[in-house]
Design a binder for this molecule. Structure first.
Ligand code: Q6P
Ligand code: ZN
Length: 672
């Protein structure tokens, strides 16, 4: 498995700029690129990447997406006078030309292709291209929104054609709608395009009817175009994450791409004058992380927008550092989604329920036209919003993301003698800390002569302490008695004042369950037995008909239930417990392990029963940050499972806001 992250960049792409006065274009400046690159250098991230040179896209590359007439027209721009350039520009919207922009546009598209080449051929695992001009607005025969050639669309066509990639996912997290990408792949079922964008009921640029949630693609491509319109500004981390958990990820896993391309615009971050959103730069660590287990980890991020230079470079750093495999920071102050985001979520999910089996039981739209209703609602709130906006503008400032410190040890293992330590892991030496030994002896030892258990349990305790101090990132232990081990770890970890432990259990239920009443632990138990009743907010049994052996149902439960719960709970430690009889295949287990590392700064401790020895290798590899193998195109989950999950989420919504998928006002009617 290839590791390594490509960084594709060339200073040449800073060498064009706006040469006349145009308020719409003045934000697109060369410094966007220099500042981003310098921040990567300064943070020591550029050095950790594999520097991949750019190249010029050839005519043939560009013609994969654009018309010959358009290409020929752009080709003449280097020879135009200032007056000619101005006039040429006038036929397009919100874009400017410069004698050197054609050259840069060829490099920008070529950079995206170099990135795809490096990732697909396995030179690196993933990467990012820092480019100007951006691409996602440009149409087959038109420049638009600062874009000349559609870098990502060209890259997707290229990947299909040159490498025979069957399915490509394009995630457009820029705050504008990439209508150029949409129109390129509208009828193509092999390219799934997802975009969220500031829309404000079509009042925001580019003001297209086609950017709304009900534009789902055409003909064979119906269902393969996903638009999430933001009808209010000020969206936050919770709004973004809930769209990932409840729309993008379930569909993406069902689609099972061979390659993920990201239209990585950072105008969706706080402080951006275009987006006016309030998501913090570190949310991009999570968005990136959540994509990194798709397509075997083949993620190519290509810069699009981002106009607040501070927020831009911070967000770029978060993205690249995550691509490099460093654990994501804990997302600060996650609220549940706002009402407007919930309305969008509701609309998108219902528009796609006929195309994706993961959404089959999503709530239908209420019979009253929701869009009409939204507009009315909005008019009522207009004043309030104006007021809010002013407040937001006044505060403008946000804390600089904390430096992400990577622990010296990534993965420590506690294994019985005779089980070999997997490559890349470190065997954790038994604790000699007398305090720990005594505590373990008092609380957990069954007999006085159980020295094996004493060694194991005190090692686990010491390991958890080292994770708390961030000296070790994660760990894996093979133990004889999972039940006692779990109790021991929980008791130790949850005693510290501000600690919370998320316990995820798969396989035969371990009894007894530790108490969860005080909120210091949240237990999510996957099983196939209805026997366990939900006990309050912090004990959540997830019952699937065939347990974890139905990969589709399991995946859906992880994405739509466990992840949002985990994000909202915000644990300081994830304890992942696996007992025999789970029926879970390695790939699904590795997906679970990989995804959970987005929580608790990557502090995951995996406990497995001795009999699960065969699982040590795959688990270690996930903990080390290797992308989980793809689950393949997922078949439809069992209808009763989808329904049961939908019901469970519904029931838990009052306690856990990130589980909501419909707005309170429109939630009416039972979900079928
Ligand atoms: C914004 C055009 C809109 C004026 C409304 C890949 C990056 C981008 C371009 C945005 C163009 N002006 N206030 O393009 O999406 O950020
Ligand atoms: Zn944008």
């Amino acid at each position: 498995m290839k590791m390594g992250t490509a960084l594709v960049y060339d200073e040449e792409m800073t060498k064009y700029k706006l040469l006349w006065v145009d308020p719409a274009c003045k934000i697109e400046v060369p410094e966007r690129l220099t500042v981003s690159h310098e921040a990567l250098v300064k943070a020591g991230l550029a050095d950790r990447c594999v520097a991949v040179p750019v190249r010029e896209a050839t005519d043939a590359d560009i013609l994969l997406v654009h018309s010959e007439e358009y290409l020929e027209a752009v080709k003449k721009t280097p020879y135009m006078t200032l007056e000619d350039l101005k006039e040429f520009t006038l036929q397009y919207g919100d874009v400017y030309f410069h004698p050197n922009i054609y050259h840069c546009a060829k490099l920008a598209a070529g950079a995206a292709l170099q990135l795809v080449d490096s990732v697909v051929t396995g030179k690196v695992r993933n990467g990012m291209a820092l480019v100007r001009p951006p691409g996602h607005h440009s149409m087959r025969s038109a420049a638009n929104g600062f874009c000349v050639f559609n870098n990502v669309a060209i890259a997707a066509q290229y990947a299909k054609q040159k490498y025979g990639m069957k399915r490509v996912l394009i995630v457009d997290w820029d705050v504008h709608h990439g209508q150029g990408v949409q129109s390129c792949f509208e009828d193509d079922p092999n390219v799934l395009y997802f975009s969220w964008h500031r829309y404000e009921h079509q009042r925001f640029w580019p003001q297209l009817r086609d950017s709304d949630y009900d534009c789902v693609g055409k003909e064979k491509g119906a269902g393969f175009n996903i638009n999430v319109p933001w009808n209010k500004v000020g969206m936050k981390n919770g709004d973004y994450l809930s769209v990932f958990c409840h729309v993008l990820l379930p569909i993406a896993y069902e689609f099972s791409p061979d390659l993920v391309l990201v239209c990585a615009g950072f105008d969706s971050a706080i402080g951006d004058p275009e987006g006016e959103m309030c998501a913090s730069p570190d949310i991009f660590a999570h968005l990136t992380h959540l994509l990194m287990n798709l397509a075997g980890g083949k993620v190519c991020a290509v810069l699009e927008g981002g106009y607040n230079l501070t927020s831009l470079h911070q967000s770029v750093c978060q993205t690249v550092q995550t691509l490099l495999g460093d654990p994501a920071p804990r997302p600060a102050d996650l609220d549940g989604p706002c009402t407007s985001a919930l309305e969008s979520l509701h609309c998108v999910r219902s528009a796609h329920r006929q195309y994706w089996s993961c959404l089959k039981h999503a709530a239908e739209l209420p019979s009253s036209e929701i869009s009409t209703k939204c507009i009315k609602l909005e008019e009522e709130e207009e004043e309030k919003q104006q007021h809010q906006k002013k407040e937001e503008e006044e505060k403008e400032a946000w804390p600089e993301p904390l430096k992400r410190l990577t622990p010296p040890v990534r993965t420590a293992v506690v294994l019985p003698d005779g089980v070999v330590c997997p490559d890349g892991c470190e065997r954790f030496s038994p604790s000699e800390d007398l305090n720990i030994l005594n505590k373990v002896r008092e609380n957990f030892l069954k007999g006085p002569d159980d020295s094996d258990a004493l060694t194991t349990l005190s090692s686990l305790t010491a390991l958890v302490e080292k994770m708390e101090k961030n000296e070790i990132c994660n760990g894996l232990a093979l133990v004889r008695d999972v039940s006692t081990a779990r109790m021991c770890v929980v008791q130790h970890a949850a005693t510290a004042h501000r600690n919370r432990v998320l316990m995820v259990c798969v396989g035969d239920a371990v009894v007894p369950s530790p108490g969860t009443d005080d909120g210091k632990t949240l237990l999510v138990q996957f099983s196939n037995t209805e026997s366990e009743e939900q006990k309050g907010k912090f004990h959540i049994p997830v019952c699937l008909k065939k347990g974890c052996s139905d990969v589709s149902g399991f995946t859906l439960a992880v994405l739509g239930l466990l992840l949002p719960l985990g994000y909202e709970y915000d644990p300081s430690l994830v304890l992942l417990v696996r007992t025999p009889g789970s029926g879970l295949c390695d790939a699904a287990w590795q997906q679970l392990t990989g995804l959970l590392q987005g929580l608790a700064q990557g502090h995951t401790l995996v406990l497995m029963q001795e009999g699960e020895k065969a699982c040590v290798g795959p688990t270690a590899s996930s903990l080390l940050g290797v992308a989980a193998p793809s689950l393949g195109k997922l078949p439809a989950p069992l209808p009763e499972d989808v329904q049961a999950l939908e019901r469970l989420r519904h029931r838990l919504q009052a306690d856990w806001k990130l589980l909501q998928t419909t707005a309170p006002e429109t939630a009416g009617g039972e979900e079928k």
